[in-house]
Design a protein around this ligand. Sequence first.
Ligand code: PLP
Length: 444
Amino acid sequence: MSLNNIITEFISKAREEDNNLFPFIANKKVFNEEKDSVYYSGPYWDDQEIEAIFHSILKGKWLSAGESVDRFEKRFSKKFNSGHSLMVNSGSSANLVLIAALKKHFDWKDGDEIIVSCVGFPTTINPIIQNNLKPVFVDINWDDLNWNLDDVERKIGPSTRAIFSSPVLGNAYNLERIVNICSENKIELIADNCDSLGSKWNGKYLTDYAVASSCSFYPAHHITTIEGGMVSSNVEEIINLARSFAWWGRGCHCVGKQNLLANGVCGKRFDKWIEGYDETVDHKYLFENIGYNLKPADLQGAIGMVQLKKFDEVHSIRRNNKDQLDSIFQRINGLRTINELPQAETSWFGVPLVCESKAQKRSLVKFLEENRIQTRNYFAGNILLHPAYRKIDDFTKYPIANKVMDRVFFVGCSPTISNEMINYIEVIVDQFISTTKHQENNEK
Ligand SMILES: Cc1ncc(COP(=O)(O)O)c(C=O)c1O
């Protein structure tokens, strides 16, 4: 019996014995509206990912990042127009080594400034601080909930080195304008693309406009490798530096099979690598950077290759679910949804909902959650309001970000949300509308 048949048989037997196995497997499970939850996202998987995991474990020689990760990096680069990519163990790690690599590549000094939005995910900001650079915050717009480009321009000063863009929920904004701002001021555009994989502006990926980018493969994201992340750039040195930071700080760049070459890809593995030390040193043990170990397992690369094939389907289901959910939620009096701009083709991470008041957000979130429909905050809202960031800047200077805390949240549009689930959401939203009307009438 071939390995493939053994694995397939194992999966189908396991399923026969327990129907609840593999709970997220793409739309195969019937939704029971009496007791099932509508998760805001989750792995869009089927047997292919499980098979890839088994293959990788049963056939892998080293199990840590190797051939599968190498192949995934190359295919990911091809799919998303990047010259080079490095896979790491999370999107947060991707941001950490991305900023470390850029700092070294561009020779940024401690205290140099990077502009970021104060509304977003903490690990877009943390690597700036962790790399001894200074985050300079800008507020967002109330209309599209993306950062305010006039504010971005105002905050540029003599110490600004880059703008770190991270459109929340993947919603594309005017990339041409930000590219112009960057080139006029001779600063770099970096993209945290964790929420925006596949989002386009004027037909080009958001990452096409940036010098380098990061991406997350956490299960909530467009594609998942359980945990995982990617750093991509057309500048090979940036990716080599990122790899060094992610692989203990070492100088050697050999990946997968290249490790079997007696003299490595550099062709001079054993050489006088250390200045002032007159003996030969193995390049594998030459440390050029103060690094970390942020490598993924090889099975994550194997999953990534299967997931990548599903990306186009994921992109169109996310867009379709977002449209349907927009029209359902728009029925609620006073509630606003966010449209993409005409030049954008957004690969939505979620469906942002803007409530008319704090009270409306509170009651709608409660109603949805009580009916097992997951909701999520607009990430951290204003990050500067959180305990860890209170001393970094004064949160009261960012009024729109504070308004987001009060009035914005999102629901999912992941492909794990089936049409049956959308029908269920519609029923619950209609119940909310009639309950609210009833309460209003009683109060009159
Ligand atoms: C914009 C953004 N950046 C970074 C991250 C961190 O990614 P990870 O959870 O893979 O560490 C996230 C997480 O969801 C995110 O939304």
